[in-house]
Design a binder for this molecule. Sequence first.
Ligand code: NDP
Length: 383
Amino acid sequence: MRTISILGATGSIGASTLDLVRRNREDWQVIALTANGNVLELARLAKEFGAALAVVADEAALPQLREALSGSGIEAASGRQALCDAAACGADVTVAAIVGCAGLAPTMAAIQQGKTVALANKEALVSAGDVLMASVERYGATLLPLDSEHNAIFQCLAGNDLENVRRITLTASGGPFRTWDAAQLEAATAAQAVKHPNWSMGAKISVDSATMFNKGLELIEAWHLFPVGLERIQIVVHPQSVIHSLVEYRDGSTLAQLGPSDMRVPIASCLAWPDRMVTPMEPLDLPALGELTFFAPDEHLFPATRLAREAAETGGAAPAVLNAANEVAVAAFLAGQIGFTHIAANVERVLAGDIPPAPCSLDEVLTIDHDTRIVARELLELV
Ligand code: NDP
């Protein structure tokens, strides 16, 4: 039996992870579960899985959490430090699935335990790339990519030397607006943006998929996880989301990972690694799929991947700035304060400002994130 903690347990990745744990109860002991403010769901999960600790980020929610857990023997805590303490509680596997840069400090706390961290929280790696990867090295942690594309690449790389890689191809579904024109994109609503054609996900990543910022963030994520050089990582739109990514080797051989559009597959890969576990997925039915199609991304209509590539090329704090500006813009779009096309436009405006030098510590990343949010809100006139 191994121990597991899930940061962001009440979210989409948290639910998929707990579904697998539920199907394999004899293999897992749940230590800590965390949420932002969804107290009742967190308490329900903590009781179902017999967690030792339940933490909400929102300090005001602590009395309600205590009440919901009363008599269960489960410890309740709240606040940012409590999230980091939960992440540092020494679980064999920590699933980092908080959305946004809010997950960075807890993810770093988990990495510092030197155990296994399954990383879904791509914003943490985009914001703190070098700092986070240096901590993985320093503390001897095992960082497993849980994001489906990166997990696919990780699987395609197994047993191969990065020096033999000619090219990595990240596939993108293209999101719900893949075939829309400029006028339609101008009028796109939040309700339309969160309706992804292939995947069921949280609101923020759904909007990121619609703008293609998700693929931009993933480009930077891949650049850190698989250091083959930015110029060797390309993005291809593949609307069926069956091939999750590909690795081409210098002998001309290309390996791809295929599977259903269900995050339980890459999560299972992380939970069982280096072994395999059973999932409830139906076998892949290629004749039923019929055909798989591929397109170059349209960076005129969807500038996010260009902005991400440019931010990586610029270096310094540019990826952290891009991420923070995007988080502010997505929140404003979801709140109905700005239009869909303003998301990328505003990220570009923020990136056109002064870019701080590369952060050297977690605190420096958090300061850059904080300061960028102020600038981004000012530009959006949200202050
Ligand atoms: P959700 O919005 O569904 O869930 C987010 C989780 O994080 C919830 O548990 C939420 O708690 C918690 N949370 C939100 N804000 C904070 C905060 N400020 N402090 C602490 N906890 C917080 O997101 P997803 O599960 O979709 O995504 C999670 C991460 O995984 C993201 O980084 C995303 O990019 C990545 N990812 C997701 C995929 C997917 O299919 N969903 C695929 C690949 C990567 P509460 O419920 O209380 O609000």
